[in-house]
Every structure is written in structure tokens, then in C-alpha cells.
Design a protein around this ligand. Sequence first.
Ligand code: ADP
Length: 951
Amino acid sequence: MSETQSFEAVPEGDDLVYLAAIQQLVLERSHDLITVTDALGTIVYASPSWEGVLGWSPEALTGEPIAELVHPDDRGAAEAGFVAVLRGSDVAGVTARFRTHDGRWVPIETSGSPIVDERGVVTHLLGTARDVSEREELRDRVHEVDALYRIADAIARAASLEDLFDEAVDTLLDATAADRASVLLYDEDDVMRFVAWRGLSDSYRAAAEGHSPWPADASEPQPVLVSDAQAAGFAPELAGALEQERIGSLAFIPLVHDGRLLGKFMLYLDVPHDWSDRDVRLCGKIANHLASATVRTRARTALRDSREQLETIMRTVDEGIIVQSAAGVVVYANDSAARIIGFENAAEFLAADRLEVLDRFEMLNEDGTALAPEDLPGRRALRGETSERVIRYRIKATGEERWSVVRANAVQDGRRGEAVLAVSVVHDVTESRLVQARLSFLARAGDMLNATLDIEDTLSALASFAVPAFAGHVTVDLYTDGTLECIGARHVDPAKTELMIALRREYPPTVPQHPVQRAIATGKPQFVPDVQAEAESMAHDERHARAIHELGNTSGIVVPLAARGRTFGAITFGTVPPQPPFTEYDFELAVELGRRASIALDNALLYGEAEERARASEALEFVDDGVVLVDRQEIVRLLNPAAARAFGIKPAKALGRTIDDVVRDWQTVRDRIAGAPTPPSGVRRAESLPVTVHGEERWLSISAVPFEGGTVYAFRDMTEERAVEQLKSDFVSTVSHELRTPLAAIYGAALTLQRDDIRLEESQRSGLLGVISSEADRLARIVNDILWASRLDSGQMSVAIESCDAAALARRVADAVRAHAPATVELCVEAAGTLPPAAADPDKLRQVLTNLVDNAVKYSPDGGRVRILLSQAGNRARIRVEDQGLGIPPGEQSRIFEKFFRLDPDLTRGVGGTGLGLYICRELVQRMHGRIWVVSDGRRGSTFTVELPLA
Ligand code: ADP
């Protein structure tokens, strides 16, 4: 009874009884479950079919709430239907699971109708229902098949594992009751990691990652179903994460392939839930599919990766790789191989016709003989011979020749052992061959050039190795006496050699745009790739330009000739058809050649000049004056022994170098001499100049005579003379100054004494007389110093060494000085116990001590103690004069013993002197075989020490 009916109020009478009987019969016999409940859902009638379908006896059901029988998950839907009927509508086709008497769940489809009383109020509900297990089962199956189909499809389509798992997660969500799902796989560290997921937070994934209910080596892992996440007894951390993520129940489905655990599927529900067998079974099936697909995809990816790697290696290696089939067909080539053969890339090479490719080249053996195609290493490898050989091949189109080392191996068929492929590795060695050839060419050139010092021989050597091996012609231009002159040329065509020289003489390369000029001006080699294009710009006039066109040179390279810091000419190489024009590569070679030629030519020139000058310079050997000849480039061409002595160098080292190189300070000379006007005689007046030689100042009196090829300098070293001059002038200025002061005092005192108009007291008179006598004493001492110094200088001083008592002498000196020393100075003599006598001249020793003690007092303007200390130091007598005066800065301590040297020449410290005292002391002490020195920190006090031998 599927159609709905509403029951009207029951009719009365016989008809009614009859009708009721029919009704009863229908109800009793129907397969449908027929049920009547009251408005609260309590069963008031259940048909007998309840017993047959679900095992419940109708009697037992009467009075029970019908909701109790409905599966908790389906109650929502069931209740909604119930309420709709209560409101008076008919409801059809609500499916819900009902519990059987023995506890199973059976899907039941129910339709309901309201039963109303006479007032139209719904008092009861009539339900007719039927077991739809079979239909549901079928639907599930279809669903399952559909899910599996989707997975199979996804596997077929998926480009990567990521896509595959993404699809799998969606399918799982569709096909099961799960709210959320994920896939985890073991990574290389054996940690299960999420690879796809839906509805899971980052923090949950972080917390759950690595968790697995099975050990990694589990042999037959089974699904783990957790109906209540919080009651399952997970580790606290995982349980916390599940709670936070609001996961009520979850299922772990292993992904297994070939007995190996690869990872797992996870299903999650928000509420606790009993996982159905069906869900687990479906997951298991999907998992199986995916596990094998995973393994397959992984293997495919690995294969693709390794093939890519191989491809990349092939692409990047410099070596060419060619694979040929047994029939000799090229089946593989990398880009390098293609490029070596002259193609842009491998694809072009593989597409080209084989015979046509072979026809592009002339194959040669290393020695230049023809090479048969059958002897190529690839062919030989196919015949079972492994071989390696150098192959020379000439590209017919360009004439270019290249060299390769080719090594070939065969790939054999595993079963039959026949060569099926030949792999040739081609290594292009053209560059290194060229470098080798170039090096040996340069070595030969160097040898030839170095073999002679004769300029003519050098030029012809240069010409004969450069033409025709390297160039079609070569020209050398050199400066002679300041003008550029062609000194040699060679052309492949001997008839043109003369023509070239004649043209060069008529039109020297002096136009600024001429490459020779550019090379000389910049000092850099010039490359002219197209001579004809530049003919006009380098020509003097139209006729010259025409001549250049007629000679027909195609390209040129000009290398400046430079040695020892100056450019002295240029060498020009040129190409003449049919020789191909120069390339960048030839440029480098030309520069190298030019460098070698520079040295050879410079040596030859130098040698020639040296020979020429040799005779002239002989006379100069014996002249006391220094003579130096420099050419217009300021290169030293001649230097006599006197000049060498003055500059402290060897003549051989100076020749050929610039004068500035030889004499560092030459700029000073050049400025002064060149700045002076040249007198009509051409000989400039000698100038006295200071020139620093090896860090020492030397005074030179220099005169210069310019001539066409350069300048001759003649000079005399005046350093010694100048020192004497200086001494003389020092002496005059010091002495006159020192004499003037006491003389002025004496003169003043004497004038005062002479005056009649003033009456002088006796004390004043004796005061003035005191001034006269003490100043006269000072004058005497100055004169004394000068006399001592002049005697020492003239060598007239004789010393008479005898045994003398230094202590007694010191006491006498102290007494004498004390007589005129200021009261603020305290003077004492201290001698250590018994002092053996010294070997000295007593007169001279007194002079020394007097000077030292005088100084000690004089340079203690604020007073203090002056001590004379005598002691024995080994086999010497030691006398020290110690003061507390001004002190002597350490830097000046050696200079104070020089003649006239004074620390304070301008008397700012108010103490006068001649600067002779210490000079005399040192000279005297040295003549008595003793030593004298001073110690002072430069701030306060000095100690002079004299040591003399013991008698
Ligand atoms: P002078 O006639 O100027 O004293 P000396 O040859 O005796 O000449 O001394 C040279 C210089 O040495 C002096 O000008 C002075 O500057 C310095 N000098 C010599 N003795 C002393 C000393 N005891 N203390 C400080 N300076 C001294």
C-alpha cells in the first residue's frame, strides 16, 4: 500500500463490520509495515509484518515510542517527517534505519498520513513502511563503483602524485560519511607526512604529523577505527590536538603496496561515530588502487628525473656526444657535437642528410693524409674495435681547419653480444692546437731575433719569419733624430717591396689618423680590419690614397715599438689577398711578435749607438768632471766614470735608461737648466744645484750643451767645497756675534769710567772694572776656543800622554769655575775610593773638564747642583759631569759635538756660546784614545761622560 489515504470517521452498521474485516485482512496480509501512533509518537498499532521484517512482535511494540527504534543518525530526518504529518500533510519516502530485534540496522522507507477527528485535529499518524535494504545496498554499490571509477580516472589523468592525492581526498569525502579527510605518506626519513588534506588546520597537521598506529615495517597493517576520539586513549598531545580540531571520530586506513606500508588515509567526523564496514571497505579499495599508482608514479618520476639529468649532462658537457646505430645512422647527438660539426644545435644536425653532412668536410689524419670514413672511430667501434684518434677536418666552405680527439665505444646487445650502437665522444682541441702552434712560432721568432745585434740582420730576420708565414707584408718605422723613418719593409711579392719603401719615404706615416701615428701616440697596438675603407683618412693626399688602393692591402695591425719606457717606432703587419684578413686572434699574435721585435730592435739600436760613441767616450774616461749625454727622449747614451761616481751607479746600468730613472732628482736640474735662457755661445753658465743621490744631498755645478740629438751635461761635484764654505760663514757669523757682546760691555764700562762730568762712587768704579775684567775673560775664552779649534783643524795639536791624577785635576777645575759661578749653583767633586791614574795629557784633560763644567754651570740658568764624579770602569777611568739644567733632546745629542752646533743659536734661552766647546772636547778626548758621550732625557739635567785608558 504505497498510495496515501486519509481515514475518515469510521462508518457505522453492517457495512462497517464488513469494511472493518477487509481492512483487518489487508493490514494482516500486507508486507508493508503498517503502524499507527498517537500525536506523541507512541505506537498504538503495529501490523504483523513488523515481526517478519524486523523481528518485533506487534504486541511488544504497542505503547513504545517509535523514535526509540530509529538510528540516532537518522532521527533528525525522521522527526522532520513526523512533524510535517502532525501539521496535516502527507509525507512520502523518508528513509531511516530501524533497529531489528537482534540489534542490526535495516533501512526502511516510510510514508505518513495524518488521522483527524471530527474537529479536524490530528489525533493519530498512520505510517506505511517497507524494507529498502536491497535498494540501499545497490545504491551503495553504485556509489562505490562510481568512487573507484573516479579514482581510476584520476590515476590515469594525474600529472603528479600531488594531483592524484588531491583527487583521492575529494573522492573519499564524497563516498564516505567523513566530514574531513587526508592522505599521509612516508618521506625519505620514514616520517609520515601530510600530502593532501581537506578541512584540517596547520596546527593540527603539525601536531598529528609523524603519528602512526602501525610501525613502519608492519607486514599486514589493518585499518584502525576510532569511534570516539577522546575515549580512545591517544597520547595527551594528539588527544589535545584532536579536541582542539573538534574531531569526534577518525579512521586510519593503511596504504600498502607489495606488503610495504607507504602511508595512510585518514577520515574524520566532527562527532563520535561508528565507522561502517562499507566505509572501511571502500577506503581499503581506494587505498589499494592508490598505493600501486603511487609506486608506479614514483618510479615514473624517478625515471623521468634521471633521463632529464642525463639530458642536462649531455647538454652541458663541452664534449660532443654522438650515438650511431649499427647501420651508421646518427640516432642521438648533443648540442656540443652539433656545434663542433658546424650546426646551430642537435636538432638541426639530426635532421640533416648524412651524406650531405659528410660532404661538407675533408677528413684528415693527424699528419694531413686523407681519412677513409670507414676508419672513423664510430664505425670501428661498431666493428668491435675501441679506438681513439686525432681527426683533422677542413671545412670546405671556409677553409678553416679544426682538430678533434674522437673516442668511440660500442654498446652491445645483452643477449647476442653484437654491437648495436656506437657512442663517440668528440673533444675539440683546435684552440689548444692553435696555442701550441702560436707558441712555437713565437719561440722561433724570438730565437731568430735574439741571434743578432746588428740592425740590418734583425730587420731581415723579422721580415723573413713574418712574411709569408704570418703576414703578406711587414714594415718597420723608427725615429732617427726625431723624425719617423721607414728603415725596412718586406712584401710577399718582391716587386712590391721596393714600391712600398718608396711610397713610405715619399709619404711617411705622419698623418694623425694614420694607424702608425695612433699606435705611437697611444702606445697601444692598432687593428685595422679594413685598410681600404680607411685609405682616405690615413693618406696625405689623393695620389697617396690611390697608391694605397693600388697596393690592395686588406687588413693591418700596427704594434708600437717600445722599450725602456719610451716608444721609438712602430711595426706594421698587413694582409694581401688571397690571404684572409687578420682576425682578433692574429691581433694577439701580432702584439706578441711586436713585443719581441721591440726588444731585439732596441738592443740592436743601442748596440749600434754604443759602438759609435765608444771612441768619443774614451777621452772622457779620464776627465774629473762628470759628463752625461742624453738623447732627445732623455735616454742616457753616455756616462763617464766621474759622473757614475757622483751618482753612485755603474755606467753599464745607466746606459739605455731614462735620466730620471738614473738620477731620481733630475727634475730639479731640468727645471733650472731648461728655464735659463741659452746664451749665444750655446753653453749655459754653470749652475750650483742640490741633487739628492741615494738619499744624500750633493751639490753639483752643472752646465748643459744642447745639440740636435740631445743634450750633454757636464758637472762637478761641489759638495765638499760647499761644506767648507758653509763652515766659514758659520764661523764668521758666530764669532762676530759672540765677540760683539763682551766688547760692547767693556766699551760701555770704559767710557763711563772716562767721564769727568759724573762723580763715581768707589763701589761703582770697582763694579765697572769688574765688568771689564770678566768680559775680557770671556773674550779670552772665546779666542781660546777659536785657537784650540783652529789648531785641531790644522793638525798642529800634539798630545803628550802621561800618567795623571784625574781626581786632583777635577778638583782644581772645580775650584777655578766656582770662582766665577753664580751663587745658585753648587759644585762638588766625588771620587770613588782609590782611583788609579789615567793615561792622558793633563793640559788637554783640564781643557776638556773646564769646558764640560763651564757648560754644566752655563746651562743651569736656574741654578742647581753640578757634580763631578770619578770612578773606574774596567780598565778605564770614568769622569762624569752631571747637572740639573736645561737638558738636551735625545735627537740632538750627537750633533752637539759638531763644530759650531748650538741647540739654541738664537739665544732664546739667554745663554751664549760659540758652539766650539764640545767639538774641542770630542777631538781632544779622541786624541787621548778616550770616548765622550752625553745622556739626557731632554727635559731636565744632562750627564756628560768621559772615559780614558788607565795609565
Ligand atoms: P757653546 O759654546 O754653545 O756652549 P758647546 O759646543 O759647548 O758650545 O755646546 C754645544 C751646545 O750643546 C750648546 O749650544 C748647548 O745648546 C748644548 N749643551 C752643551 N752642554 C750642555 C749642558 N750641560 N746642558 C744643556 N745643553 C748643553
